[in-house]
Design a protein around this ligand. Structure first.
Ligand code: ADP
Ligand code: MG
Length: 700
């Protein structure tokens, strides 16, 4: 059973298309074949029985469908504000219709005195209801015996509309298509056991285009959304299974003296449940002989560094070296200092390699890595430079993944004939549903638990008008010996504006906290690296009490004595960024505070975001809310893999279906990784038929 040849027929062979229209369908909507058209789904259906009386239109309606007689048309305004305006009247009232583009063409299409059915988004202008650029077509009463009461309307473009292919006219093509194809062309692709009471594939396709009732339309949508998510999950699972089977990796067979000695005698605290679970996952993964490629997500402060260290000790127990990369020099130094301290009584050699490592030291480290006298090397991207060669690199830990590109990671593979295990750690929580689709082919661990005894950071939202109070509060904290951050947004459109804002802010902070009683560090993007590092370092060492900066301070810095984070113009930040920034405080035993300053003019959406920050400290919940507000396209840290480009499914609204699809797909793939059972034959046939589209080559 291969992909129906009929469905792969070029679109120009469809009745009513021809070469000219085919060209436009390809250019405008990416529709090349019969199959593409079949998968171009209607975005709505016209139900002629669902017409609203014009008098019943209110401001809280979004889209409406009305029917009425078109009154005279007028062109108003000049040049840019030129518009075509008309009124549609029914027995109860009238509504204004307006067009700003394609005026001449629209005017030619429409006829005064004719009855039209009109659909569009209602807006109110000077208290009067109006629809701008409505979908409009002559009203034809349903004829007796007509089957579908729901007529499909398809996504179209202005260009296509002006060439006789508007949303409804595309429906004519789809109709022609269904005259040519039959059930044979759309064979079932889901195993019978999971199909249960779902519509068959053929029925679902017919009903989603030409539903015979609302109920059946919903069933069709449900089935096709499930199918889309399920197939994607099966693919991800197969890719993962294949990688596990075919990628050679170092086998970490034992947990030995290094690990046990450290665990029993030098571990400064009891591991959290989440830490224990994750280290177990890593142990199992690295013992199998295939390469681990694991993403570890853990909220700020959940203790990821300890996971890195324990994993590196397992590598050492098996005779392998490890490296740990951080995105900035400061972070690398902090990791190095932390690891050295923890390992000071252990026979483990740790080195720090960054851009500013002196030549002699550098030479010593390169030699040490080559002859295996150095076990762990911590550093910045300096460690992936070509001159850095290891005797036997077994594990690479990458902290704060989103600052490391794919190309840079690929550099790692070149360092040994067998690639090292990779552990990528990130503190940017990604909602579970998003992670499932974006990272479904990776090994994936979550740490959703903080070490005990942390005091939640108190977060408040204040308007700028209350700045004097805020400053007084910061002063009392500093007088107690604490330190404070003041963060200003990077204004993307203008670096100059950001800089001016920051400088103004700096002067303002200085006027509240005058030298020499108070000392202030400042960091920003215009500084040379060395200057930035020096200023940061002064704050880290407690030499300055206040750090004023842009978001360059966002990632990973650890100053436990800092207890206040003031975020200026906080309405300009995204939620996950606010969460990251807030994570810079609350790292010691003292109560910490985050103060979100905003203009009184902040939008309603911005205030909603700030309220979420005040109400929640769990990064995963915040990420979930962020996803709801912004949609999946904008979330940091997700790969542009196309994994999120679903035609029908929406990972926010269809969350439940996604979780269900994933569970079922995982079970099926684990039980039958080659999909060779009779039950899975339809699924395998379908995946093979799609082979040319997506790389099954990697799988089979
Ligand atoms: P992150 O996950 O943000 O990288 P870190 O690894 O920097 O977090 O850990 C934050 C702090 O929590 C560190 O001071 C670390 O020593 C401490 N910590 C980590 N794990 C535990 C634990 N199980 N119990 C108590 N403190 C812990
Ligand atoms: Mg960290």
């Amino acid at each position: 059973m291969s992909q129906s040849t009929l469905l792969s027929s070029p679109i120009e062979y469809l009745k009513g298309v021809g070469p000219l229209r085919a060209d436009m369908l390809k250019k405008e909507l990416n529709l090349y074949t019969f199959g593409d058209l079949l998968n171009h789904f209607p975005h709505r259906h016209i139900d002629k029985t669902q017409v609203l009386e014009i008098a019943k239109i209110t401001p809280d309606q979004d889209f409406v469908q009305v029917k009425g007689v078109l009154m005279g048309m007028d062109t108003l305004g000049e040049k840019r504000s030129k518009r075509l305006v008309s009124q549609l009247r029914d027995q109860t009232g009238q509504i204004e219709l307006a067009w700003f583009q394609g005026i001449n063409w629209v005017q030619k299409q429409l006829m005064e005195g004719q009855t039209y059915i009109v659909f569009g988004r209602v807006s109110f202008f000077n208290g009067r209801a109006q629809i701008v650029h409505p979908e409009i077509e002559p009203y034809v009463a349903a004829t007796a015996g007509q089957k579908s009461v729901l007529e499909p309307v398809y996504p179209s473009t202005e260009k296509l509309k002006s060439r006789g292919l508007n949303g409804k006219q595309i429906g004519k093509l789809t109709q022609a298509l269904f005259m040519q194809i039959s059930e044979r062309d759309l064979p079932e692709n889901l195993p019978a056991s999971i199909l249960k009471d779902q519509l068959s594939r053929w029925e679902a396709y017919r009903q989603i285009h030409f539903p015979t009732s609302q109920v059946l339309y919903k069933k069709a949508l449900k089935r096709l959304v499930f199918e889309e998510l399920f197939i994607a999950q099966v693919r991800l699972n197969l890719v993962k299974i294949d990688r596990h089977k075919n990628s050679r990796g170092h086998k970490f067979e034992v947990v030995g003296d290094y690990f046990n000695n450290f665990y029993n005698h030098h571990l400064p605290f009891e591991l959290t449940g989440a830490q224990k679970r994750v280290i177990k996952e890593i142990r199992q993964d690295t013992a199998r002989g295939y390469q681990m490629n694991r993403l570890l997500q853990g909220d700020v402060g959940s203790g990821k560094t300890m996971i890195a260290l324990l994993s590196m000790l397992i590598a050492a127990d098996n005779g392998y070296q490890s490296c740990m990369m951080a995105p900035t020099e400061i972070l690398a130094q902090q990791h190095y200092a932390g690891l050295s301290e923890l390992l000071k009584d252990m026979p483990i050699e740790v080195a720090l390699l960054t851009g500013s490592t002196k030549t002699a030291e550098r030479r010593r480290i390169l030699q040490g890595l080559l002859d295996d006298t150095i076990h762990f090397v911590v550093g910045t991207h300096a460690i992936i430079e070509e001159v850095v060669q290891f005797k036997n690199l077994g594990l690479a830990v990458i902290d704060e993944q989103h600052r490391f590109g794919v190309a840079q990671r690929a550099q790692l593979w070149k360092k040994a004939s067998i690639p090292p295990h990779v552990l990528v750690m990130t503190a940017t929580p990604i909602p579970r549903t998003l992670a499932m689709t974006a990272f479904g082919d990776l090994d994936y661990s979550v740490m959703d638990e903080l070490p005990p005894g942390r005091q939640p950071i108190k977060t408040v939202h204040r308007f700028e008008t209350a700045r004097a109070n805020v400053m007084d509060f910061v002063k009392t904290e500093i007088q107690k010996g604490r330190q404070a951050y003041f963060v200003y947004p990077l204004i993307e459109e203008s670096e100059k504006l950001s800089f001016e804002d920051l400088m103004q802010g700096y002067e303002q902070v200085k006027s509240y906290f005058p030298e020499p009683t108070y000392k202030i560090s400042m960091v920003h993007g215009r500084q040379k690296n060395i200057e930035k590092e020096t200023n940061m370092q002064r704050f880290v060492s407690g030499d300055t009490q206040i750090l004023v900066g842009t978001t360059v301070i966002e990632v990973g810095v650890n100053v436990p004595n800092a207890s206040v984070m003031v975020i200026e113009s906080s309405e300009k930040f995204g939620l996950s960024q606010l969460h990251q920034l807030r994570g810079r405080v609350g790292r010691g035993s003292e109560q910490s505070y985050c103060i979100l300053l905003s203009s009184v003019k902040a939008s309603r959406e911005a205030r909603e975001r700030l309220k979420i920050m005040c109400d929640h400290t769990d990064g995963f919940i915040i990420a979930e809310k962020d996803l709801e507000i912004r949609g999946p396209g904008d979330i940091d840290g997700t790969r542009q893999s196309g994994a999120l480009n679903f035609k029908l499914a929406n990972i926010i609204n269809d969350r439940q279906t996604l979780i269900e699809a994933k569970e079922i797909a995982t079970v099926i793939c684990e039980k039958d990784p080659n999909l060779s059972s009779p039950e899975n034959a339809p699924l395998k046939a379908y995946l093979l038929s799609q082979k040319s589209k997506i790389g099954w080559g990697k799988i089979a």
